[in-house]
Design a protein around this ligand. Sequence first.
Ligand code: DP6
Length: 359
Amino acid sequence: MNTAQFIPKSTTSNIKEATFTWKTPSNIALVKYWGKSNSQIPKNTSISFTLNNCHTITSVKFSKIDTVATVNFDLFFEGKPKEEFTPKIAEFFKRIANYCPYIFDYKMVIDSENSFPHSSGIASSASGLSAIAMCLMSLEKELYPEITSDFINKKASFLARLGSGSASRSIEGPLVVWGNHKDIPESSDLYGVRFPFKIHTIFKNYQDAILLVDKGEKQVSSTVGHNLMHQHPYASNRFLQANQNISKITKILSEGDIKAFVNLVESEALTLHAMMLMSNPYFILMKPNTLEIINKIWEYRAQHNSNVCFTLDAGANVHVLFPESEKKAIHKFIDSELAVFCQHKQYILDEVGLGAESL
Ligand code: DP6
């Protein structure tokens, strides 16, 4: 794998001070990433919808200093210093140092805010890390003006991946594939690429309502969950199935086969949770209200000949997915029948988005 392409040569450019601000989205996987090997290499290919409304806005102010041995940064979240995020970001800088050696020449002040409620149970690492990665790439563009926008997106995804795998899918949109796959040209284990085929119009403005069932701390971190796939009795079949699902969904997304989409996406969500149920130690991340919502969705779908479906990430919240044509009816359904299963009746209406934006 060619990681050398991401190591910059030394430069004579001298940027004394610069501030960059990026808004980057969260994403929701349709075919899930669950299982990885060292340096964040996925065991199977995954694909996600990029979201629009759930995002992070991050500014990084770079001020030139004498080169230091340990990365020098201050971190603010919603205007206040955020000690508990510092170790994760310090670890991120450690992992990317080889590819961004210029970070040792700057003091960085990072200012971040999320559009979604703090500790809503929505993973903020994908949007948070991709935003920092884009700010770093803006500095790199100043230092190396010859780099192309294609390279910037690729390397930003590569850097974000080293922080958190799913963050590699939060640079572009509307659909991003991460992980090398025989049917997806240019796909790579190192970074996400935009879904390279025709996307049927029905999927271009797909809707996602995120029902906040449980806003508590996750009982099991993603990293622990991924690691449990190492001794998992069903791991190799799961990786095979996921890669087959990538081939299937490629056709579904191009042809607009919504019934097949519903089946594949729900099966992926339940398989992800089945892997958790069958690992050792075993764990259950769904809550009783997660199941109440799933049953209501199935009931509604049958009664109204609807195409609404659900997916889950590694938690209890439910992503309700539906085509734009059903927006009015599904909003009503959520409000009258599903919101009651959410903490404080909270949910977030989102839709497919196009990726990172410079502000
Ligand atoms: C269930 O990207 O959070 O959401 O690479 O350890 O940071 P790390 O894991 P993370 O895993 C996400 C898992 C998932 C499925 C997915 O988004 O594909």
